[in-house]
Design a binder for this molecule. Sequence first.
Ligand SMILES: O=c1nc[nH]c2c1ncn2[C@H]1C[C@H](O)[C@@H](COP(=O)(O)OP(=O)(O)OP(=O)(O)O)O1
Ligand SMILES: [Mg+2]
Length: 286
Amino acid sequence: MQKGVNCSSRIAQRALFTPLKACKSVGGFHTPVRETEQPSQTPGASRGHCRGVRTGASLDSDRDPVLTGRSNVRHIKGILPVVYKQRVMDISTKTASEIMFATGNANKLREVVAILEAGRPLPFTVKAANLDLPELQGEPQEIAKEKCRLAAQQVGGAVMVEDTSLCFNAYEGLPGPYIKWFLKALGHEGLPRMLAGFDDKSAYAQCIFAYSPGPGAEPQVFVGRTQGRIVPSRGATAFGWDPVFQPEGFQETYAEMDKTVKNTISHRYRALDKLRDYLLNFSAPE
Ligand SMILES: O=c1nc[nH]c2c1ncn2[C@H]1C[C@H](O)[C@@H](COP(=O)(O)OP(=O)(O)OP(=O)(O)O)O1
Ligand SMILES: [Mg+2]
């Protein structure tokens, strides 16, 4: 059962893995750059960050035309030997010389790069795999874990994924992990309208990273939450529901605030910081 019920075949068709030889190193974080790709002209895109990731104003702007290929899952299998050759890892000790970050969302990737680069360096290389994975229905932690198991199988090694929820307290946490499909259907105007009949506009953004050292290993999960409320859309519409979420203690929505500020208070930052600790210490999460 897919998290987005009508998307399974599209997801499979959109999956793409870029061969590692085509990855671009960015201060210990590698992002895939296809050989035909030109450097990004995006204003404000700093050196090497998510090359080819554009900013845009559509609800579908998470999908990058450069990073998103027309390949399918069979194509991924076809290039896996390239991955195996270049990876040196020991699953039993949970060490890996490189970790793939599997996502189909270019905006997520951009934030993860920025957050990792701003903090303590990792003794691993992190590379991006542009996979759009099937997502099961269920509790957010289980969705993230299952996504990670699938990613580990596809990548054939150490992998991290993340799954993001936007949870309305008036709806007992829904739309939660299904926010992608609510946003798609209702748009930035429709999400705040869902709360029109409620006094309680409070919500939280939740990010769950799941990490697996390789196929067959049980993924570890790391949860980050940022409290806030749902407001009428304000700011750039480049990234998901950013314009309708105003974090607690701020007058600006995620979309209005500077990225560097978002990346120090966001649900993604909080979860990634825990994952970073884990990767640095190889200790179990709290
Ligand atoms: O910081 C964020 N600020 C605003 N919007 C966000 C954020 N982070 C995720 N989002 C959106 C993307 C998607 O509409 C939904 C989560 O769904 P989610 O499955 O986690 O993302 P996705 O399918 O786009 O990428 P992936 O390939 O990593 O699963 O919330
Ligand atoms: Mg997804």
